[in-house]
Design a protein around this ligand. Structure first.
Ligand code: ADP
Length: 576
């Protein structure tokens, strides 16, 4: 192959690798190897500019001695010939480095190198590296060699620029993803923000930053992260008028103030400047096209936010908008919930106090009533009156107990006394206790139990209370002549107990609310007794057992109330 042909095929091969490979290392290594073959050189190398610390780092080389590799590992911009190429962006060719006063390195001369040529690698306007060749011959490189070097230099510059973009894109993507995770995993706005500000500091100046919500014609600083103190406190309410936030809300776009010492666009500028802030970015946070808040990032350096920072911040603020909005809604919801919980607490305390007040006189009424009934038992009419009073006292006592349990349940202090329980025995006892009551109401009663049931961990007294409530309701809401059933079955990993009647039934629309406190399905129909608490209590007790309670009913046909109890209690459920 002719020399020109060889150079041409080198260009072709390198171009192909540049266009196909995404690995910068591979592109650089391949180019240096090919160039070393195609040109009359002793060595070939590429150095890359590290913008952050103004240095030139050796990326790849071919033909270097170990000493050269060491000496050229890192040069300052402007140091020796390649340093000058990187600094000024202009190619340098020399026939003998030893005779060139600008050449300050020792090891290449020691290695017997003389002619030298280095060209800048540029991506757009930026110098990103240097491509160099050197030879032991003491004459300038030929024009065609320099031309070849330039052609490749241009292509490598583009590849380097592209790789830089990849890197930035990758970094940006990683950051946005990370911020996304931080913001979505937290519901408290302060936490959202603190994680976010910390991450952002890794990438740009953040001396002071805030998220401010727009509330009508006011703005509120809801989160604040600062290294320089702050004129405004978190939670502080300011007038929106004349601020940068008002501007971004109106224009729905980001805004940079590059140096407050030169120009201050907004009323807050003076205070920011006093605090030491020189540059600022305002970013709108939007959902459904409306700006509801702004993110403000500030630095004590002028011009801290260029195009790179701005576009990154824009991307990030779009990403966090919905998370911040969620956190805001969550806060509103939480405030309401806390208020509600407080009200429930107050009500429960009131009910508890009331019950105690009522129980005190009731205790003595029960005791005296019992004695009185005993004394006058032989007097038929007096005996009946005394017994009525006593029955009334007992019924009142039972209702107060129910109310007390419910109040305890609302305060989450209702506790189970768990024991290993023979549910079949419990059901049989309850059935035999209820049988005469149901019969005295003119109804038939058909308990239906299997011959054995597994034992369970449960609170027997509380379960009896549930069954008593359900059976009392069944007989209460079933006319004479009706029938009541009580059954139990093992179903999967649960025991299911059901109380059935063919009474008045419950309209479908009312079934959902039956288990709510104080709810009665037929208020206003002159219905007797109930406070509408029994089923609420049943639900609480069943749920404390990790079970479920439900109703199936048809108006005029009857109701089935069922509840399930898990056979094996779940982990962590043992000490309610
Ligand atoms: P109460 O003390 O009023 O009976 P509950 O919470 O036990 O309170 O019941 C709430 C309401 O559910 C009752 O007032 C009644 O309207 C309806 N209900 C409960 N059980 C039955 C049933 N077996 N048949 C028809 N309605 C029932």
């Amino acid at each position: 192959m002719t020399e020109g042909g060889e150079a041409f095929s080198a260009i072709e091969a390198i171009t192909e690798v540049i266009s196909q490979s995404e690995s910068l290392g591979q592109i650089l290594r391949f180019s240096v190897a090919k160039l070393s073959q195609a040109l009359p050189v002793s060595c070939c190398w590429i150095q890359l500019v590290d913008e952050a610390d103004g240095k030139l780092t050796l990326a790849v080389q071919q033909g270097f001695t170990p000493e050269m590799t060491q000496e050229m590992a890192q040069l300052k911009l402007g140091q020796s010939l390649t340093g000058l190429v990187a600094l000024h962006g202009k190619a340098i060719t020399t026939a003998d480095i030893a005779a060139d006063p600008r050449y300050t390195l020792k090891t290449p001369s020691q290695a017997g190198l003389h002619s030298f040529c280095a060209i800048p690698l540029s991506a757009g306007k930026k110098i990103v590296g240097v491509l160099g060749i050197a030879s032991s011959a003491k004459s300038d490189f030929r024009l065609q060699d320099v031309i070849l070097l330039n052609i490749l230099g241009r292509q490598l510059g583009v590849a380097l620029g592209r790789a830089g973009l990849y890197k930035e894109a990758r970094e940006r993507l990683a950051l946005v993803n990370k911020l996304g995770r931080i913001t979505y995993s937290r519901l408290d706005i302060r936490e959202v923000y603190e994680g976010f500000a910390e991450e952002l500091r890794e990438l740009m100046d953040v001396d002071w930053a805030t998220i401010a919500f727009i509330e009508g014609d006011k703005l509120r600083f809801v989160a604040l992260s600062t290294k320089i103190g702050s004129v405004w406190e978190r939670g502080e309410l300011l007038s929106l008028s004349g601020t940068g936030i008002e501007w971004v809300a109106q224009h729905k776009q980001a805004l940079v103030e590059s140096d407050l010492a030169q120009e201050r666009k907004f009323c807050t500028g003076e205070q920011h400047l006093k605090q030491g802030v020189r540059s600022l970015v305002y970013l709108p946070l939007m959902t459904t096209g409306e700006v509801f808040a702004a993110l403000i990032i500030a630095s004590c350096r002028p011009n801290a936010y260029g195009q790179r920072e701005l576009s990154l911040l824009e991307q990030v603020s779009t990403q966090i908008s919905s998370a911040v909005d969620n956190a805001r809604l969550y806060q509103v919801e939480r405030k309401q919930r806390l208020e509600l919980e407080e009200q429930v607490e107050i009500r429960s305390q009131f009910v508890t106090a009331l019950i105690h007040k009522l129980q005190t006189p009731l205790t003595s009424m029960l005791a005296s009533g019992g004695l009185l009934a005993e004394q006058v038992r032989k007097e038929p009419s007096l005996g009946r009156l005394a017994q009525n009073i006593l029955d009334g006292c007992h019924s009142l006592e039972a209702k107060l107990d129910e109310l007390f349990d419910l109040a305890k349940g609302e305060m989450s202090t209702l506790k189970l006394e768990l024991e290993s329980l023979d549910l079949l025995l419990l059901l049989q006892n309850v059935a035999s206790r209820f049988s005469p009551v149901i019969q005295s109401n003119g109804q038939s009663f058909t308990p239906d139990f299997p011959s054995s049931l597994p034992w369970i961990e449960a609170d027997g007294e509380r379960l009896e209370q549930v069954l008593t409530n359900l059976l009392s309701n069944a007989t209460k809401f079933t006319p004479r002549g009706g029938s009541i059933g009580l059954g139990a079955r093992k179903r999967g990993s649960n025991l299911v107990i059901r109380v059935q009647d063919n009474g008045i039934g419950i309209p479908e629309e009312k079934q959902k609310r039956l288990f709510e406190p104080y709810y009665r399905a037929r208020l206003g129909e002159g219905e007797r007794r109930g406070l509408g608490l029994g089923l609420t209590l049943c639900k609480q007790v069943v749920e404390l057992h990790r079970g479920k309670i439900w109703v199936e009913s048809e108006e005029g046909k009857g109701s089935i109330f069922s509840f399930s109890l898990p056979l094996a209690r779940e982990e962590g459920a043992s000490s309610q």
